[in-house]
Ligand binder design. Structure first.
Ligand code: FE2
Length: 417
């Protein structure tokens, strides 16, 4: 599922496209909307109705919930305020499918999403079809004075849905990994191939760099404001850390050596009984890993996946190196000196997820999108094999809690002189 970089919204933001022609903009957003909505359904099409109900831990959500929640997002933030005479499809759904938007009203407890067997998958499909038709009607009919605002809400709704497309994959893999029969999501799935060539470390251009989103194209608010950061003299690994390197870490007793670990990390290793990355299993004396194509032997040449921040940090210490900061990563990616920045594994950085200087979340419910999570999490950069086409950006900031490892998360190292 490795994707090439194409933008959902090429050539500037909604305002720029409006200046070209309102009719062109209507056509552009209709096509973008259909493309993204159908990708969600294509990903869910590999799953049975039973698969779509399961919630294997509180951090993950059922596939059916992802399909409904992304639909609720368009209904709540676009159709209700912007489409005249729009009536909510089912008055029970906002409580079920609101995720964390306090300003949008009360909501069902997240850990109990897997208990919602009704509406069933067919009803959720009907909900999606109803909202799809209404959104397309709005795009086609919106008056010129309101078009820019409507298209900008469509745009954030599509990027939001793409985030859930990735989660749909990572969440069902977590569920399948709990099943002793190792279910297959997609038998023809192949892991992306990492770039070959000389390994080692490359210089990150030192000095003052502009960090954050620049230009007119879409970004999330947490990528702004664009601001200056001082990048020190640092070298960054051209490649991602591989399974072969991780096997050395295991063989050297990495998971049994407390001096390599942060205190919280060591506690987690002991509590969880970690002896290897997530989804690794010993079978006939060899390590295997649960993948989207079922249980497969660990490929030593492939980049390591499903490691937590605690593990990434411990590995870096073991290797005598460091994790790059998110600004060092961004400067290196902008300078085009690193391989596999995108499309294989999100890369943990040593940066806490904090607001950029001067950042303020927007007013209203959509202001809850990113800003209120800026505590206790760590930033990952790049994108993964599950990230949909056109969703990656050099300024993109992903974030997860330090013990999380159900995402396609790996690392690259950095070294200081
Ligand atoms: Fe969401």
């Amino acid at each position: 599922m490795k994707r090439t970089a194409t933008s959902l919204a090429p050539g500037g933001g909604p305002a720029l496209r409006l200046q070209r022609s309102l009719d062109e903009a209507r056509g552009f957003w209709t096509q973008a909307f259909r493309r993204v909505r159908s990708e969600t359904e294509a990903r869910a099409a590999h799953l049975s109705a039973e698969d779509q109900i399961v919630q294997s831990m509180a951090d993950v959500s059922p596939a059916k919930w992802h399909r409904a929640h992304t639909t609720w997002f368009f209904e709540t933030f676009l159709l209700v305020p912007r489409l005249a005479q729009y009536a909510i499809y089912d008055e029970r759904f906002p409580f079920l499918f609101n995720s964390y938007y306090v300003a949008a009203g009360p909501r069902h407890a997240r850990p109990k999403r897997g208990l919602v067997t009704r509406p069933d998958a067919h009803e959720v499909a009907a909900y999606r079809a109803h909202v799809d038709a209404a959104v397309e009607r709005l795009i086609a009919q919106v008056p010129p004075a309101e078009a820019e605002r409507v298209f900008s809400i469509v745009e954030i709704g599509l990027h939001h849905e793409q985030q859930h497309q990735e989660l749909l994959i990572t969440d069902i893999l977590h569920a399948f990994a709990q099943n002793p029969t190792h279910p297959i999501y997609n038998a023809s799935w192949q892991p992306p191939r990492a770039t070959q060539g000389p390994r080692g470390f490359v210089e990150v251009p030192a000095g003052i760099h502009a960090i954050g989103h620049d230009g007119e194209s879409f970004c999330f608010d947490n990528e702004t404001p664009l601001h200056d950061e001082l990048i020190p003299h640092v070298r960054i690994a051209r490649h991602l850390v591989t399974n072969a390197e991780w096997l050395e870490f295991i063989a050297a007793g990495g998971y049994a050596t407390p001096s390599l670990w942060l205190s919280d990390g060591w506690t987690t290793v002991q509590t969880e009984g970690w002896q290897a990355p997530g989804y690794w299993r010993q079978k006939d004396g060899d390590w295997h890993i649960m993948t989207l194509a079922g249980l497969k032997p660990v490929d030593s040449a492939a980049p390591v996946q499903h490691v937590s921040y605690y593990e990434a940090d411990a590995f870096a210490r073991f290797a005598g190196k460091h994790l790059p900061s998110e600004t060092e990563w961004e400067a290196a990616a902008r300078a085009n000196v690193i391989a596999d920045a995108f499309g294989i594994a999100w890369q943990w950085t040593r940066s806490a997820y904090l607001p950029y200087p001067g950042y303020r979340a927007a007013d209203g419910a959509l202001g809850e999108y990113n800003g209120k999570f800026m505590v206790s999490q760590m930033v990952l950069r790049g994108s993964s094999l599950a990230t949909p086409e056109g969703h990656e950006r050099v300024s993109y900031r992903n974030f997860f809690y330090p013990p999380a490892r159900w995402q396609f998360s790996g690392l690259r190292l950095a070294e200081f002189e």
